[in-house]
Ligand binder design. Structure first.
Ligand code: ATP
Length: 477
């Protein structure tokens, strides 16, 4: 079972402290969200799992953490200033604003038709989702980069204009030579980065699926031209398997091959991994949306940021760069610009997909239905909850607190005595805690506790001295 819709997760997330609407005491800020006590743990666990898998468990990977605000020229030569736009259209009747391509998809317009007709001809038949009328403005491009100014300069000083990065990738490309020389890497190798990105999305929404501030986990894998296609396919398979290793059902994931007309200007081929974010929609095709993109960016980025490439008349294509980001192959004595394979995932969309996929309901002997979040234990915000069976017994409470303290250096443990045992179990099930450890009267005598499993509700008696190792072993399984 997985969540029937995103709304179910929105209410669970708010109720239990995963995610709150941002700036709520001032009326909120459209589609901005704050991660609460459990949400920050879940995000950190997703990022750690990705970093461990991507960087630590491989022999060909380096990490990086580049600035959010970069020299504006980075975005000039990457093509973002000119092309990082969404097509925008307004309803003349109610002034609602839409992303043209999303409006077409939502309205079920056949993608093939869009190639044959002009936007005006297509829009004639489309009703505004807000007011139902069919009175549209023309379609125009809208640049998604957030603008700001550095230093104490006037707001309209063009020299002070900078952008908040809309992707982490460019920070990796401009550091290619730095990483290459300091790490003494040879092709193929990758550079991974996790960090915030910002896009002034036209229509943010669907909870944390699309926001204007979000976090990305990106890796740029540098290969010899000619090896790019096979390596690309390997990364597509690797990434799909990573999501299933996090416990996501393979049947809720699928690969989507981007058609030529959808490809970004730098991409030779892009395959998205989509998740069934909208299972409630009748039309199967509309149930899916992007969780991650895996692009073959060719040598576009390294070449465009390099000082050497010239046009047909010998004029430098990039007169501003001071570096050549090419690679010299000692073995073949050739110099070239490596191709780049880029797996790019969103932290927030990963969090949403693991929450949706882990959601389940179970009915107990009394006929009460409870929510159980079957999160992969690696991702669970809390690994063990220590619960005293009698909170008015100082010896039991003391023992439970001592156990919590003994566990906290090795895993995230909490102590809770604010309810009866049934309620305490239910509370932990709902937030995905894999183990509840109960301290009872017997524990005072036999120095053992009951470990209860979230998914099977089975109970096991474990010696207190064995508990840290026992839990760590079970978390590894
Ligand atoms: P979309 O088509 O949904 O706008 P995209 O193809 O522009 O996404 P990429 O540029 O490939 O997205 O970014 C890589 C990943 O970053 C996406 O797969 C997604 O997980 C995440 N991401 C992109 N935009 C947002 C956003 N506005 N909010 C949350 N996550 C995002």
């Amino acid at each position: 079972m997985s969540a029937p819709n995103i709304e179910t997760i929105v209410s669970l997330a708010k109720r239990r402290g995963f995610v709150f609407p941002s700036s709520e005491i001032y009326g909120g800020l459209g589609s901005a969200w704050d991660y609460g006590p459990l949400g920050v743990e879940l995000c950190n666990n997703v990022k750690q799992a990705w970093w461990r898998w991507m960087v630590y468990e491989r022999d060909d990977m380096e990490g990086l953490d580049s600035s959010i605000i970069l020299n504006r020229l980075v975005w000039k030569y990457s093509g973002h200033e000119l092309t990082f736009t969404d097509p925008l259209v307004d309803c003349r009747e109610c002034n609602s604003r839409f992303r043209y391509d999303k409006l077409l998809a939502e309205s079920g317009v056949d993608a093939e038709r869009t190639g044959l007709l002009t936007p005006a001809e297509i829009l004639k038949d489309i009703k505004c989702p807000s007011c139902g009328k069919k009175n549209w403005t023309g379609v125009r491009p809208f640049n998604l980069m957030f603008r700001t100014h550095v230093g104490a300069t006037a707001e309209d000083d063009a020299d002070a204009l900078v952008y908040l990065r809309p992707e982490t990738a460019q920070g990796i490309f401009i550091n290619f030579a730095n990483v290459l020389t300091t790490s003494r890497r040879k092709l193929p190798f990758g550079v991974a980065q996790i960090g915030k990105s910002f896009r002034n999305e036209v229509t943010p929404g669907n909870f944390i699926f699309r926001t204007r501030e979000f976090e990305q986990m990106e890796m740029e894998y540098f290969v010899r031209p000619g090896e790019d296609e096979q390596v690309h396919q390997e990364w597509i398979d690797n990434c799909f398997n990573w999501f299933t290793s996090l416990g996501i059902e393979a049947s809720n994931l699928r690969l989507y091959e981007q058609p030529k007309e959808e490809l970004a200007h730098y991409a030779k081929r892009t395959v998205d991994i989509q998740y069934r974010f909208f299972p409630e929609r009748d039309e199967p095709e509309r149930q899916w949306d992007e969780l991650m993109g895996i692009a073959n960016r060719t040598d576009f980025d390294l070449r465009t940021h390099s000082k050497k490439p010239e046009d047909g008349e010998g004029k430098r294509l990039n007169p501003d760069s001071t570096e050549d980001l090419s690679y010299f192959d000692e073995a073949t004595k050739e110099r070239f610009y490596p191709y780049v394979i880029e797996p790019a995932a969103g932290v927030n969309r990963t969090v949403l997909s693991v929450l949706m996929d882990a959601y389940s309901e179970k009915t107990n002997d009394k006929g009460e239905t409870r929510v159980i979040l079957k999160l992969h234990p690696t991702l669970s915000p809390i690994k063990a909850a220590i619960l005293p069976l009698a909170k008015n017994k100082p010896e039991i409470v003391g023992m439970a607190k001592a156990i919590k303290r003994s566990l906290q250096p090795v895993l995230r443990a909490v102590y809770d005595d604010t309810g009866g045992i049934g309620k305490l179990y239910a509370r932990q099930d709902e937030i995905g805690t894999p183990f509840c450890v109960t301290v009872d009267h017997q524990s005072l005598e036999d120095e053992a506790v009951t470990v209860r499993d979230r998914d099977t509700w089975e109970q096991e008696r474990v010696k207190v001295s064995d508990l840290p190792e026992h839990l760590l072993n079970r978390l590894k399984d």
